[in-house]
Each structure stands twice: as C-alpha cells, then as structure tokens.
Write a protein that binds this ligand. Structure first.
Ligand code: ARG
Length: 462
C-alpha cells in the first residue's frame, strides 16, 4: 500500500529516490499563500453552489487560515514525502480538521490548482517589477534634469569609436526610454495573464456545477480562462514574464558595460560610490565595479531562465505534463535577480559622480565634429557624399599631423574646397555640434529639454 493522497491504486511504496526526484516542495512552498488563497476561494464557491455545505466550507476555510498563519510565521513543517505545496497543505488540513478536508479537492485538480497559484504569483511579480522599473526610470529622468542646465557633454560612440558629441542628459534619457518600454512589457504581460484557470480540472473541465466566474473574481482575476486544455497546459504567461525580465536585464547589462568602462582610470568619466564598489585583497589601489560586472553576468543567468522554460515547454504534448513542474525555479530566479538589480541601481545611480572635464576633453578628441564640417559644406550646395570625401581627406591630414579640425587655417580649408574658406573654428566645437542637433529626439539642449518634459509627464501618469 501507499500512503500518498493518490495512493489508492498503488501496491508498493514510492521509491525514496523517486520521491525526492519528483518532489517540488523545496521550491514551490513559495506559492503557499497563493495556494491557500485559491483553496479558500474554491471552498467558498463550492458552498455557494451547494456542492458542499456552508459548515464544511467554513471548517475548511478556517483550517486553511490557520495553516497560512503558520506558514507565514515559519511554523509549518514541509515534508518531501508530501511532494508539493498543494499536498503538504491538504495533508495538514486533514490532520487538523479531519476528513471534511477531503471535500476541498472536489471539482478541482492539482493541474488547474497549480496553474492558478503560479499565475497569481507571476502576475504580482510582473506588477512589482513594473513599479520598480518605473522608480529607476524616475532616477534616470532626475539625473537627466540635473545635468541639463550645465549642458554636460560626453562623446557619443558607435563601434565604441568616438562618433559625435552628445549631452549627458541625452544619454540618461536614452536609458529612461528603454526602462519605460521594459515597464510596459511587464504591464502588457500582466494584462494578458489576468485570467483564472481554476475549474479547468485535470484537463477537460468538470461535471460539477461550479461557477468559474465567481472564483476568478474572488481571486482578483478579470475573468476565467476559456479552453480547459489551454488553461492547464500553457505557460506562455511565464515565458512572457521571463522575456520581459531578460530584455530588462539586457538593458541593465548594457548600462553596466558602460559604467564599467567609464569608471576606468583611462576613461575617468565617472566615479562610482564607495558603498557600491569593492576592493582587492592584494592590490591596495583597486576599486572594482562589482555591482555592474555582476549585473552584466546575471543577465546571462536570466536569459538562461528564459531558454530553460522555452525548452521545457516546447516538447510537451497537450495538456499537463510533469515537465511543467520545471516552470517555477526559472521564474523565481529571474524575479529575484531582476528585483535586486533594480534596487541596487535605484540606489547607486544617483550617487555616481560624473567628471564633466574628462568627458568634455574626450568628446573633443577623435574628430567628433567632422560630420558638422561635412554638413557645413553640404549646406553650401555640395552633395553630401562629396562633402564627406573632402572632410575625410582633411581628417586624414589632421591625423597625420597630430592636429584638430579647428586648427586648420582658412587657406588649408579653402585648399580642400573653396566653399570651406569662411568656416571658423567656433563652428567646429563640440558645443556648436550639440547645439545644432535640434531635430525632435536630437541632442541639442532645447530638444532634450522638450523630451525631458514629456518624459516627466509620462512618469507622473498611470
Ligand atoms: N507540483 C506540480 C507542478 O508543479 C503540481 C501539479 C501536479 N499535477 C500532477 N498531475 N501531477 O506542476
């Protein structure tokens, strides 16, 4: 005989190793509060539909509330031989209130139960991460505002080669845009997963006269899911969550890469706060950007979580398969990781100090205003391609002679093209370059100020 909740048809006990391999309680106990909420709603609905008596429902609900208190207080004994969170809770409920506990599982399966618990968890996690992303966006917007009046300039890069000068505020707002989309991805995903699978049963629905709309409402879902096979067999809500986590981590990893680079001695754009850096046990001078490096590293871990679940799901026939028990750990891991990374950056970013002189000096190197010279020439009617060629020749000359574009004499300029004779050095400064890019979305102070205003208004909305 077999003492499990499902032991009736078995004539021998479960192998110990199988029991351990099969068990999910070590991690799915994290769903306990959702599992109990789901069961309380289910019992209430069963009574309302006359499937169990009101007294039975009350006994079950009180028992469950006591269990929830013990779980939250850390006084609940989780047992591996009871496999998962669902059967641990139900077994203890039976110990406490007797055989009436057995009526709770009427018109329900662990398949719709776990799908419900997990959706509730992922829904809350998605909205929480969305708010945290919003908070971090606020930090970036505040920084953009802080450096805008001083018109702090740094080099903008493509291929990590100096490209054109940009405002530091423009750089901050670029990340604010990414964080805004990251937030909306979580909110979109939450909206789509806002459906309750409870009542789908094992896979085919139930003959009991349950009210799925009532349990959906009681659990805060907007509506029940439709197709019962899809309800118990699909995990794309978790995949969307993991995709949103992965994309946000990709953005934070790019940021980290820039912070690592810009805080080097060689760049010197940025000093990270001491409280967010670490030292070396051998080299006394070191101050290492571990938070940024680990964020970059943990992006790989979160992408792994997404790929893990995609791979779990791809080979499973409809509807539920035990493979799906592997859905939880990647989600917990990605959630825990992104959550702490967002908190760290919300604290760290406002405390980083930017070295305007170093950034300006770097922006002035690398012929970052060569495009401006080509644009000046093209404005005189010369086709841009030809202007590009002329300026390229001048840059080559400057590189060979170790000079800057603004060092060129009017004779030299006129020699390259007659229309360049009147170009003056002040037209080739990084400040002039930045100031000229007034296009919507460009880096000119006026354009940045306009989009900063819009970004602040969107931040206040919700
Ligand atoms: N622990 C299981 C999971 O996480 C619960 C559902 C089990 N259902 C079943 N038919 N064995 O997926």
């Amino acid at each position: 005989t077999n003492s499990k909740l499902w032991g009736g048809r078995f004539s021998e006990a479960t192998d110990k190793l199988v029991e351990e391999f099969n068990a999910s309680v070590s991690f799915d106990q994290r769903l306990a509060a959702y599992d109990i909420r789901g069961s309380i709603a289910h019992a209430g609905m069963l009574a309302a539909q006359g499937i169990i008596t009101v007294d039975e429902a009350e006994a079950i609900q009180q028992g469950l509330e006591g269990i929830l208190e013990d779980v939250l207080a850390g006084n609940f004994e989780w047992r591996v031989d009871r496999e998962d969170v669902h059967m641990n809770v139900e077994a203890v409920l039976r110990e406490r209130i007797g055989s009436v506990a057995g009526k709770l599982h009427t018109a329900r399966s662990r398949n719709d139960q776990v799908a419900t618990d997990f959706r509730l968890f992922v829904f809350d996690a998605a909205l929480e991460l969305a708010s945290s992303l919003r908070e971090l966006r606020g930090v970036f917007i505040a920084q953009a505002e802080q450096y805008l009046d001083a018109e702090v300039i740094l080099p903008g890069y493509t291929h990590l080669q100096v490209a054109q000068p940009i405002l530091l505020s423009h750089w901050f707002l670029a990340y604010a845009e990414m964080l805004e989309r990251d937030e909306s991805r979580f909110r979109d995903a939450a909206e789509r997963m806002d459906e309750c699978p409870l009542g789908a049963g094992a896979l085919a629905g139930t003959p009991w006269p349950i009210d799925r709309f009532q349990t959906a409402r009681a659990l805060g879902f907007s509506r029940p899911t439709r197709n019962s096979l899809d309800s118990v067999g699909s995990r794309d809500f978790a995949l969307e969550f993991l995709s949103a986590c992965s994309i946000a981590m990709a953005h934070l990893s790019r940021l980290s890469e820039e912070l690592v680079l810009y805080s080097t001695f060689e760049f010197g754009f940025l000093t990270l706060p001491d409280a967010f850096t670490t030292g070396s046990s051998i080299m006394p001078q070191k101050k290492n950007p571990d938070v940024s490096e680990l964020t970059r590293g943990k992006a790989g871990r979160v992408f792994g979580d997404l790929v893990a679940l995609l791979t779990v799901v791809k080979g499973t026939p409809l509807a539920y398969n035990k493979d799906l028990q592997e859905d939880k750990e990647p989600v917990f891991d990605a959630y825990d990781t992104l959550r702490v990374v967002l908190r760290l950056h919300t604290e760290m970013m406002p405390r980083a100090t930017w070295n305007a002189d170093r950034m300006l000096a770097a922006a002035q190197r690398g012929y970052s205003t060569a495009t401006d010279l080509a644009d000046l020439l093209a404005r005189s009617g010369v086709p841009f391609r030809e202007a590009h060629e002329v300026v390229g020749t001048l840059v080559g000359k400057c590189v060979r002679e170790g000079r800057q574009l603004w060092d060129l004499t009017s004779e030299e300029l006129a020699g390259a093209h007659p229309n360049l004779a009147n170009v003056t050095p002040d037209q080739l400064t990084v400040q002039a370059s930045v100031a000229s890019r007034t296009v919507y979305g460009g880096t000119a102070p006026s354009a940045v100020r306009e989009l900063l205003g819009r970004a602040k208004r969107r931040l206040e909305l919700l």
